[in-house]
Design a protein around this ligand. Structure first.
Ligand SMILES: [Zn+2]
Length: 439
């Protein structure tokens, strides 16, 4: 009896010690200052990025279209001067055209000197151990020991006459021909000069491409389908998809409904194959660029029927960009054991003061399912992949330190637990997905 009351007392006192508070204490700044240098020392795995030079067409399988840029993404962002100073020792305090020329020349000079070590050196400067290169094709100037390929799988969904698809809006006029080009590159890779005569042949071609890309080193397949159509996928029968293929593979324009039905089947085929081949599925799940990106048609919650379908329980899904601005809903999708979230893009659209709140809520819910990414991209000569790497890394590490400092100060977690969560988010959670293929 005595012993049980002692245990009872210990539990009660432990509980009262761990009682969390709704406000951080006055120690929060101090905790932040203590955590940040430790967090900066954690070698990161960048789960989503597009490294490459601005003149390299293989950086993405689509192209940037005109559209409104959020404040932080504009060329007037003074943080870009800080990036240039940190990365290149930029001697000026503005990005005037003549000063920007210094930057462009400096980078060109280093590129000539360093060759294929150029981008590895950027990773070194930012303490990124290894990073994803989500690109149409890999570049010979990216060292395969530091950069792992994630290819684009969308184009398999657009094999027919795409006139109607491209005519939907000016963004599609840019995107759809690039999908056609990507599909032709896969066909070329697999030795096809035309679409297979029957549907079984087409599915075999799709699967073979995945297998061959995996042999070339790809660790995952990526969808940016939200840019091209709704992310609500129905569940057609193989007979329905086969019938549409037989009618349109050699010509003719399917109705929008027929095209979507066919695509829904192909998407599910790719997801199924992702399970069979242990080739995780990355899906763009947040707001996107362009004037016609449809926020409600691409809401991350549209994908819940796919993510929670027991037929795909062996497929790992990574929700790229974590569904922003539906990040509050998104974290609950990570309740499914095979679903992960990535924070790339969100950490650049938002400033660290607000990104901290997103991260905090996620850390408080499923901290073992969230992963770090930069979404670096060569926007132009001055704002290159290099500077966007820097912005993504700085934003993520500072917001992470701030979120964890609040959680410690509010009595939610201990400091050792906080550092463990930091390792998980910056490195361990993502690396654990790929079964020894990355480190
Ligand atoms: Zn991206």
């Amino acid at each position: 009896m005595k012993q049980s009351s002692l245990i009872c007392f210990l539990i009660l006192s432990a509980t009262s010690f761990a009682q969390s508070r709704p406000f951080p204490g006055p120690d929060v700044q101090q905790i932040y200052q203590r955590l940040l240098p430790q967090i900066e020392k954690i070698p990161a795995f960048d789960h989503h990025a597009h490294p490459g030079f601005a003149d390299d067409p293989d950086v993405d399988a689509m192209a940037a279209t005109p559209g409104s840029e959020a404040l932080r993404e504009r060329s007037t962002n003074p943080e870009l001067v800080a990036a240039a100073k940190a990365l290149w020792g930029y001697p000026y305090n503005d990005l005037s055209p003549e000063h920007t020329r210094w930057l462009v020349e400096k980078k060109a000079e280093l590129k000539r000197q360093q060759g294929s070590a150029y981008f590895s050196n950027i990773l070194d400067k930012l303490n990124i151990e290894q990073g994803v290169a989500n690109r149409a094709m890999m570049a010979d100037y990216l060292d395969p020991r530091r950069f792992v390929w994630v290819f684009f799988a969308d184009s398999f969904m657009w094999p027919f006459d795409n006139q109607r698809e491209a005519a939907r809006n000016p963004d599609q006029q840019v995107y759809i021909p690039l999908q056609e080009k990507m599909l032709h590159r896969w066909m070329q890779q697999e030795g096809l000069t035309r679409l297979p005569a029957n549907f079984a042949g087409y599915l075999a071609f799709v699967s073979r491409t995945l297998e061959d890309n995996q042999k070339k080193g790809a660790i995952a397949q990526k969808f940016e389908v939200a840019y091209f159509r709704t992310t609500k996928f129905s569940d057609p029968t193989p007979e329905q998809a086969e019938d549409i293929y037989q009618r349109f593979a050699s010509g003719g324009i399917p109705s929008e409904r027929e095209y979507r039905t066919f695509q829904d089947y192909i998407f599910r085929h790719l997801v199924r194959e992702g399970g069979r081949l242990h080739l995780p599925v990355h899906i763009h799940s947040a707001v996107g660029i362009g004037d016609y990106f449809n926020l409600s048609e691409s809401n991350i919650m549209n994908l819940e029927n796919i993510l929670r379908d027991p037929r795909y329980s062996s497929t790992i899904f990574v929700m790229i960009h974590g569904g922003y601005p539906y990040d509050r809903q998104a974290i609950w999708l990570a309740a499914a054991k095979n679903v992960y979230l990535d924070t790339s893009e969100t950490e650049i659209l938002l400033y660290p003061s607000e990104f901290k709140n997103v991260l905090k809520q996620w850390l408080e819910t499923f901290p073992d399912k969230i992963t770090f990414g930069t979404d670096c991209f060569p926007y132009n000569e001055a704002l290159g992949a290099e500077e966007s790497y820097w912005l993504g890394v700085q934003s993520s590490r500072t917001a992470l330190a701030a979120a964890l400092a609040e959680m410690i100060s509010e009595g939610e977690i201990t400091e050792p637990q906080a550092l463990q969560l930091a390792h998980g988010y910056l490195h361990d959670n993502a690396v654990g997905i790929y079964q020894g293929k990355v480190h």
